[in-house]
Design a protein around this ligand. Structure first.
Ligand SMILES: [Zn+2]
Length: 480
């Protein structure tokens, strides 16, 4: 049933800017402080106070506009968005409305059919509201104003997305961009990146858009994809049953995986926007834009190219390693110690990536420097690659340095030829049947002998040496 319809999706994202102070006052904008410890008369909206614009917030917003190819308008205007809510002490939010900071631009996403450009309608500046904390007993609500006045940018996409997977990929690309630009942590769970969606469906091939619904409250990347899928199914069922989709705002419930309509009172928007009389026009000169352009951090595509050129990495490795800025930084720090980019890349793409599927890279207990140390120990022959994996596992658990683990565990590789040769002699005389098989031409049995030597030495024998000495021993026994 659902295949007959094509979804049309536009996303509206809010990104908290990583400035030290808030948008219009000097309070700290950092996340996680004790409730109401980062407030002042300005962000609490006391009468008689005046806002002063944070220059850094404007620069951060312009970075994203430049990275997405949009137009920064020479003059934009702040506007009051009026509504009542307990976490909004002023009774209005300072935002931008008719004259936003920037319009246009696009973000390229990956689809099954190759890259696709998703257009942006606008990027504007605004301030965040506080946070209402509804108590579990349902009897009271507490308000934390720390978030009040934290700088935000709102990014509105064109309705260019055609599937939940495209929506998910778009969000990931935006997260990647804001991380690289160093303007937002991109953490959806902490609310520093938020996403609402406008979604409608139409019969495949139709030109006209269907009636759209607004979907809010999606708090994770996977949640966005699930919520969009759910909404497409819901609208498809309505149409298939001969009904009409009603325009409404729905709240996604992450726990029960369903969306429910918001009470109609809350969705009737009349924000009575008007220009903010307490702030000047925001004038951005072309000199200022050029200055910001010159100070732009490296973008994902630039870093990908550099990884190929500077480190001689295959395109695939470069793509994976630059997928997120923290991962790319991790690689560069580890490679600086190991002095072997490809080996470092291999380890990160297998051993480390397995771990960061489960946890955030910031919580990994193995520092890039200690991974580099571990790789140096493999390269010098001090430990085998196999032992190194065990050591890495221990590093993940304890956060200990690789050398300490190797020394304490007596894991240093055995490269003593006579010791290995003795072990080989012992194994050969203990397995006459397998020796016969091997000498009669069964190559596969060679692996059995390697395995036995490794077993006897607790995995510590140098594998290259084991191979060489085993071949020599069999040659003496008459193997051609
Ligand atoms: Zn303040």
């Amino acid at each position: 049933m659902a295949e007959e319809y094509e979804p049309v999706i536009a996303l509206e994202m809010h990104a908290q800017l990583k400035t030290a102070s808030k948008m219009f006052c000097a309070c700290s904008a950092s996340y996680g402080g004790p409730p109401n410890s980062q407030v002042c008369p300005i962000c609490l909206g006391m009468p008689g106070t005046l806002p002063v614009l944070n220059r850094r917030a404007v620069e951060f917003a312009i970075r994203l506009v430049l990275a997405t190819g949009g137009t920064v308008h020479p003059r934009s205007i702040f506007a009051r968005k009026n509504y009542f809510y307990p976490d909004l002490p002023k009774g209005y939010q300072i935002s931008q409305y008719e004259s936003p900071l920037a319009t246009g631009g696009m973000i390229a996403i990956d689809t099954e059919n190759g890259p696709k450009n998703i257009g942006l309608i606008r990027i504007h500046l605004e301030e965040d509201a506080g946070k209402s904390m509804h108590q579990e007993n349902g009897e009271s609500t507490l308000v934390d104003f720390n978030r009040c006045g934290v700088p935000l940018i709102e990014i509105v996409s064109k309705p260019d997305l055609r599937s939940p997977a495209e929506g998910h990929n778009f969000l990931l690309k935006l997260k990647q961009l804001v991380e690289y630009l160093d303007i937002c942590t991109g953490n959806m769970e902490e609310g520093s990146l938020r996403c609402d969606a406008n979604i409608s469906i139409r019969p495949k091939g139709a030109g006209k858009f269907g009636t759209r619904c607004e979907l809010k409250n999606m708090n994770s990347f996977r949640g966005v994809e699930r919520a969009l899928n759910y909404e497409i199914m819901r609208q498809s069922k309505v149409l298939a049953a001969g009904g009409a989709v009603e325009q409404q705002t729905l709240l996604w419930d992450e726990k029960s995986n369903i969306s429910l309509p918001m009470r109609s009172k809350e969705e009737s928007h009349d924000y009575r926007y008007f220009p903010e009389p307490d702030l000047m026009y925001l004038d951005v000169t072309s000199e200022w834009i050029e200055q910001i352009r010159n100070e732009m951090p490296e973008l994902p595509s630039q870093r990908r190219r550099r990884f190929i050129e500077q480190y001689g990495l295959p395109a695939y490795d470069a793509e994976v390693l630059t997928s997120g800025r923290p991962l790319a930084d991790y690689f560069e720090s580890a490679a600086a110690v190991s002095a072997d980019p490809k080996l470092t890349s291999n380890w990160i793409m297998t051993e480390l990536m397995r771990e960061i599927k489960e946890t955030d890279i910031a919580r990994i207990r193995v520092t890039p420097e200690s991974l580099g140390e571990l790789l140096l120990m493999i390269k010098s022959g001090e430990i085998s690659g196999k032992i190194a994996k065990d050591v890495f596992g221990e590093m993940l658990l304890s956060g200990k340095q690789p050398r300490a683990i190797v020394t304490e565990g007596g894991l240093t590789q055995i490269s003593d030829e006579s010791l290995i040769a003795q072990t080989i002699e012992r194994i050969i005389s203990a397995n006459p049947d397998n020796v016969k098989k091997y000498l009669s031409g069964k190559e596969g049995v060679f692996g059995f002998f390697v395995g036995q030597v490794m077993k006897e030495t607790g995995g510590k024998a140098n594998p290259a040496l084991v191979n060489k000495l085993l071949r020599a021993a069999f040659e003496r026994l008459g193997k051609k």
